[in-house]
Design a protein around this ligand. Structure first.
Ligand code: CTP
Length: 368
């Protein structure tokens, strides 16, 4: 594992023994990384000086909780983009040991106060707790992967073509109906995650561009973060010193993507972006069509649009002004991922996800 540790920040410094820095290890599945995960990473960082993030292996997670929606390489890339992670280790065990902490040269392991159990029904931190090397932080209520998967499953329930497909057995249709019933009050975009101004300040970089900075603007829905988003944001950051990210409000997304979108509401999408190291500032509810006023008042030098490899811009109207002003730049993205592809991944494994959703939703209710 040691050889797999990838530094995601240059902030690690070696210190003399007299000022020993405390290293924390926070680990998890981080499947469909969300604001609860980012808040966990943020809180874990505060428990020490240096933070190492472990991303559980696909095989271990499959044994303990079932398959992940995103494979480990995708989950790792997303964790690496988090600004509070100093290093990231992929393929970590679901049940970490004291030896693992020693191998990784970390002092303590940290986790939210929802105790995870492995496939044998044992608390995964028993050994580490006995060695007095466990720290806990508060789990963020109102957001979970299961809940997000529930919203994605709703898209399948609403997709007439999929629901009427002959590929669905009678039992599968029954399961989906049961899910729809269960989720009647959990329509997409409803969330009990509380976006307080304190939380925003904790996530925020609290900075403005400096004189002479090259200012980049990139906008979009940024609904459910995936490696395509990370690639676009990373490319945007490489073009300048200060990146503004414009996030479209829920109505704008709905208008362009359909009634089940966005999967994550505006607040949730803003928190995700603020947790990323390629993002300096976020415009909450940015206009779909970029105006000259906006370009001038934010002193934007380049407006970036990420487009699919070999594809063309499909939002021509949105970028009309920056194109006319000669500040538009498109970047070709290697990864062609979309929320629809995530929905398709769920659809292909629908039985597992429905059962998992109904089980976990019950557990989440018990935790609450
Ligand atoms: N976590 C949190 N708040 C949440 C969700 C997760 O603080 N709403 C924390 C967990 O306690 C853990 C870390 O994030 O320390 C990684 O969690 P993970 O293993 O990915 O899974 P779950 O705890 O099962 O989270 P989810 O239900 O969202 O998958």
């Amino acid at each position: 594992l040691k050889s797999k540790v990838t530094s995601s920040s240059s902030s690690i410094t070696t210190s003399s023994p007299s000022q020993k820095k405390i290293t924390i290890y926070v680990e998890g599945v981080f499947d469909i990384i969300h604001s609860g995960h980012f808040n966990a990473i943020r809180q874990a960082k505060k428990l020490g000086d240096i933070l190492c993030v472990g991303v559980n292996s696909d095989a271990d997670v499959a044994r303990a909780k079932g398959p992940t929606l995103m494979p480990c390489n995708e989950r790792t890339e997303l964790a690496k983009a988090c600004k509070w992670a100093d290093s990231v280790v992929p393929d970590t065990p679901y049940t970490p040991s004291v030896k693992l902490l020693d191998d990784l040269k970390v002092d303590f392991c940290a986790h939210g106060d929802d105790i995870p159990y492995n496939e044998n029904g044992e608390c995964v931190y028993d050994e580490i707790m006995k060695a007095n090397r466990m720290k806990w932080f508060k789990r963020t209520e109102g957001v979970s992967t299961t809940e997000i998967i529930g919203r994605l499953l709703m898209c399948i329930c609403d997709d007439k073509e999929k629901m009427n497909s002959t590929a669905l057995t009678k039992e599968e249709k029954e399961n989906l109906k049961q899910l729809e019933e269960f989720s009647k009050n959990r329509k997409p975009v409803m969330s009990s995650f509380l976006a307080t101004s304190w939380r925003i300040s904790e996530f925020s970089n609290a900075k403005v561009p400096k004189e002479g900075d090259k200012i980049i603007y990139i906008d979009g829905d940024f609904d459910i973060l995936h490696i395509g988003h990370i690639q676009a944001l990373k490319a945007a950051k490489s073009l300048g010193n200060f990146v503004y990210v414009g996030v479209h409000d829920d109505d704008t997304v709905r208008k362009h993507k359909g009634k089940n979108f966005p999967i994550l509401n505006l607040n949730e999408r803003v928190f995700n972006l603020l947790a990323l190291k390629y993002v300096d500032e976020v415009i909450i509810g940015a206009p779909y069509k970029i105006t000259e006023d906006m370009v001038k008042s934010l002193k934007i030098d380049v407006v970036v649009e990420g487009i699919k490899k070999g594809g063309i811009s499909i939002y021509d109207d949105a970028y009309e002004i920056p194109k006319k002003m000669g500040i538009y730049k498109s970047i070709e993205l290697e990864y062609d991922l979309s929320n629809q592809m995530l929905i398709d991944r769920i659809y292909n494994n629908r039985d597992i996800y429905i059962k998992k959703f109904l089980n976990k939703a019950k557990k989440d209710q018990e935790y609450l």
